[in-house]
Design a protein around this ligand. Sequence first.
Ligand code: SAH
Length: 327
Amino acid sequence: MDLELLQRTVAELHQPSYRTRQVWRWAAQGADGYAAMTDLPLELRSALRERVPFSSLTVRHLAHASDGTVKALMDTADRRPLEAVMMSYRDNRRSLCLSSQSGCPLTCTFCATGQMRFGRNLTASEILDQALHFRRMGAVDHAVFMGMGEPMMNLDAVLQACEHLPDVGISARHTAISTVGWIPGIDRLTEQPLPIRLALSLHAPDEALRSQLMPVNDRYPLADVLAACRRFYERKRRMVFVEYVMLAGVNDSVGQARGLADMLDPRMFKVNLIPYNPTGSPYDASGPRAIEAFRAELESRGVGATVRLTRGRDIDAACGQLAAARA
Ligand code: SAH
């Protein structure tokens, strides 16, 4: 829902401004339309229905995985595609994977979104509407900006959405922004007050290999990115999550684990190893044994490391598989 349009419309209809808050409260708590907002006058509900679309997104396709993961392929009003995912865990946690852009301007060679055409930045409403879509299915409490796009290249809209996410049930502490290492964005996140988590897609323990996998490394080299992450930690006192996608024979040797451990201060960084989801790229996924050996090497050097659970693989909703190719 476009909150600015809502506010403007409420004013134009000569309604008190608290009506805006009322509508938003209903929407944030999972109402599925204006009709449900029983403490609003009927005429106001129908006027709003005419003038303020209940969602800025239309769902084009919903996919349900056997593990309970749900993926939604949605379109913006100007028909830009995006995808968002909801994961349910046994402890009742419900986590959303949100997109910040339609497509992505960066060209990481292993990533499905990186191979599709960049559309545009999403607005704060379009980001919130992804969350509202899933909120209508039940309570949600965590969010990660690990869907399509590079959130740090659209940080104004991302932060604006983050300010409203607590109303939907997702506090800033339970929200993480994942970045390729876009330094101006990391610095801004360091300076602003919301306690949002930072995750860094690192993927290679040396500059040359990282540039090969992630061309953005030429612009923001790993050494400078890690320095920005250290500044984030010093200011926020919150650990930075390092994401490391495991590519067979490329970045998954024990020697490379050692190299990675050497560059990470264990007080500041925790590593999350991501089993690669093949997306038609030239890369293959590392096997479970290679992943375990890599993890054990990091741990033996004092760096905390976990292996990410793969969710929603059977519906192409897993990490890095989001690419709305049906556009
Ligand atoms: N642009 C941001 C947000 C996207 S997050 C970033 O890169 O951090 C998506 C995460 O999934 C990133 O860590 C990305 O490197 C990883 N990823 C991309 N393609 C993948 C794939 N095919 N399999 C597993 N992880 C992948």
